[in-house]
Design a protein. Structure first.
Lengths: 357, 285
């Protein structure tokens, strides 16, 4: 009998806990539990019971446009975005989506928001000033905004089609053998496509918030750029070659979370500079040895393993010297290639394997 | 449905009813204790991440493709398949039996002009995307007919002459633009799929650089087959390689793929087949 009593008490305690805790949780977040809240608010509850369901939804922020809303997702892209936009001849060198959708695209569903108050919030999505007398809009695409889309891009396929034996008959340079970028000044030589079609050297060094580690300022020519906008795509994919300009989903995949703007490239060896070519004239794939194997931007490994640099006569001595110093003094930081945030980390296995052989 | 007590009342004599009730009660109690102890003492697998197992040691292969002593084979894809040549015998059979169509034969069949075929061959291009289409190939005495026609359509359509040239490929027919590349891709896709089924592992591919070098990295120790799956055109010959390589954890193993006899590499070298002129069709515009 005693055991039975104990069990009944335990069960009762569990039931009680189950009953009490969800209520605590629900009370803690009243905005997400309108039904529970309603029971508490006696007088108002009765009046609100008859209100329509849409009115009970949390208020939307109409100053922010989201492609993720169910309604927006249900629409075809060209229900709002026209390609090319009417202004392309003025705004772009090629037929492009160069402007925001017209008012007609929005007003069909958002008439109420358009006429809400003296300064409707919805106007601020595109317009710099909310005023009937000012039509000025933000640049398209809106500057400093994270993207709501990720990019689908089969990197290997693009490498395949641009690949050619373009070095036929060229003299071979002594150090790294091959030049990667077509020399614009030499017009007599045929220009073959390669990585430089999309990845030009960044003329200006990006300046991330807070700067680079150790206040190190990479010189101009350190980084390579990645294509932005449709300029590198439409010249082949405008029509016939799929995905074509009217198949937005062929390249743009709606992301569950915002895709942050790339403020500066992430680098382990921040002190490496792609330019000037006199220093590093190797072909891209000779150092970026994993780049040709990946089929998507998602898995892309642009890293340059240490074996690509340290086995050359140029860098072997320096890297080995630093490695030996590090073995003697664990507080020593490698500075030839790295800033202190990387140079003081434990020596990775790839580096140890190279010099302990 | 009748409750348990009523069922017992019907089916069991009164002296055994109490004992039966106790057995059921004990069983319920046991289940409850088991559940409770599971909740309290089981490892929290659902809430905490299990620490990752130590990374397995890997190795790599540096591939040097040298059809001649002087020059490597640039810009060609090579594939790494799990297993030895013996284990991939069925696949090798398929590769050897696969029909081979040269670039020239493909484009002759498609009715392409001699100028176009020459333009592709100059850059060893599989499609029109591999080199810039310069002004001299669009107009004048050295113009390629396909490019001239596409350019004229582009100028009318895009309103800007420069755009007509830069976007020239958008006005070429599918076959001329990249038909050869696409038909090779279809054949490769089928062979890769076959290889993945047979080896029960995904096939890795890399492309050789300008010097004919490529690297397979992060490989688990084991035996692999490296092949170009479809013959590559080199001069007047076609070359199909397959090399067996044993990968150990540690530094890269260099594998030189050449035409020389090697116990681990087999090369099938054949003269390029002549194109059947009777199969030429009119160029689709």
């Amino acid at each position: 009998m005693r055991i039975r009593l104990v069990i009944i008490i335990v069960f009762a305690a569990l039931l009680g806990a189950g009953y009490v805790f969800p209520r605590i949780a629900l009370n803690a977040t009243p905005t997400f539990s309108p039904q529970v809240n309603r029971k508490k608010q006696t007088g108002r509850t009765v009046r609100r019971r008859n209100q329509s369901r849409s009115q009970r939804k949390p208020a939307r922020d109409y100053s922010q446009f989201s492609h993720r809303s169910a309604k927006h997702q249900s629409l075809a892209c060209d229900a709002c975005h026209k390609a090319p936009t009417a202004n392309w001849l003025k705004a772009s060198a090629f037929p492009d989506v160069a402007d925001y959708p017209s008012h007609a695209s929005c007003i069909k569903c958002h008439r109420t928001e358009f006429f809400k108050g003296a300064r409707p919030l919805i106007c601020s999505v595109c317009h710099t000033k909310v005023s009937p007398r000012d039509e000025a809009r933000f640049d398209f695409e809106k500057p400093n905004q994270p993207s709501q889309f990720s990019t689908i891009f089969p990197h290997d396929k693009h490498q395949d089609v641009i690949a050619s034996d373009r070095f036929k008959g060229e003299p071979v340079a002594a150090a790294h053998a091959l030049r990667s970028a077509p020399r614009a000044q030499d017009k007599s030589r045929a220009q073959y496509y390669n990585c430089a079609v999309c990845h030009q050297t960044e003329a200006k060094t990006p300046n991330p918030p807070g700067g680079f580690p150790d206040n190190f300022m990479p010189p101009a020519g350190t980084f390579k750029a990645a294509p932005v906008g449709h300029a590198s795509c439409y010249n082949c994919h405008w029509k016939n070659q799929e995905p074509t300009h009217n198949d937005c989903a062929g390249c743009h995949k709606l992301s569950e979370t915002d895709v942050a703007m790339r403020l500066a490239p992430k680098r382990n060896s921040l002190k490496f500079a792609h330019e000037p070519l006199e220093a590093h004239i190797a072909e891209c794939a000779s150092c970026h040895i994993n780049i040709t194997r990946e089929s998507s931007l998602l898995n892309l490994k642009p890293d340059v393993p240490i074996t690509s640099c340290s086995t050359s006569s140029c860098h072997l001595a320096q890297t080995q010297t630093e490695f030996e110093q590090r073995k003697l003094d664990s507080s020593f930081g490698c500075v030839k290639c790295h800033t202190s945030d990387v140079g003081k980390r434990p020596v990775p296995a790839s580096h140890s394997a190279l010099f302990t052989e | 449905m009748a409750p348990v007590s009523q069922t017992l009342h019907v089916w069991l004599p009164s002296t055994r009813r109490f004992a039966a009730k106790q057995v059921i009660f004990k069983q319920v109690l046991l289940v409850f204790y088991v559940c409770l102890s599971l909740c309290l003492f089981a490892p929290p697998t659902a809430t905490a991440q299990t620490p990752s197992s130590e990374a397995q040691a890997t190795g790599g292969v540096r591939l040097r493709v040298r059809p001649t002593k002087e020059k490597g084979l640039p810009r060609k894809r090579f594939y790494l398949i799990k297993g030895s040549a013996e284990e991939n015998k069925a696949l090798i059979e398929k590769i050897n039996q696969h029909p081979f169509l040269t670039r020239e034969c493909y484009y002759r069949k498609a009715g392409a002009s001699n100028e176009f075929i020459k333009w592709l061959a100059e850059g060893d291009c599989e499609s029109v995307y591999c080199r810039l289409i310069e002004e001299k190939f669009v107009s004048g005495a050295t113009a390629v007919p396909e490019f001239r026609a596409a350019y004229e359509r582009g100028v009318k359509e895009y309103k800007k002459p420069e755009l007509g040239r830069l976007w020239l490929t958008t006005n070429l027919t599918d076959e001329i633009r990249d038909g050869f590349y696409r038909q090779r891709q279809a054949a490769l896709k089928a062979l890769i799929s076959e290889a993945e089924i047979l080896s029960k592992a995904s096939v890795m591919s890399v492309m050789t650089d300008g010097k004919g070098t490529a690297n397979f990295t992060d490989l688990l120790p084991g035996t692999y087959l490296i092949t170009n799956l479809l013959p590559a055109e080199f001069g007047n010959n076609s070359l199909l390689w397959r090399c067996e390589v044993k990968v150990k954890a540690g530094p890269f193993k260099t594998v030189t793929v050449s035409n020389a006899t090697d116990k681990n590499c087999v090369v099938v070298e054949k003269p390029l087949p002549a194109c059947d002129a009777s199969k030429q069709t009119a160029l689709k515009r």
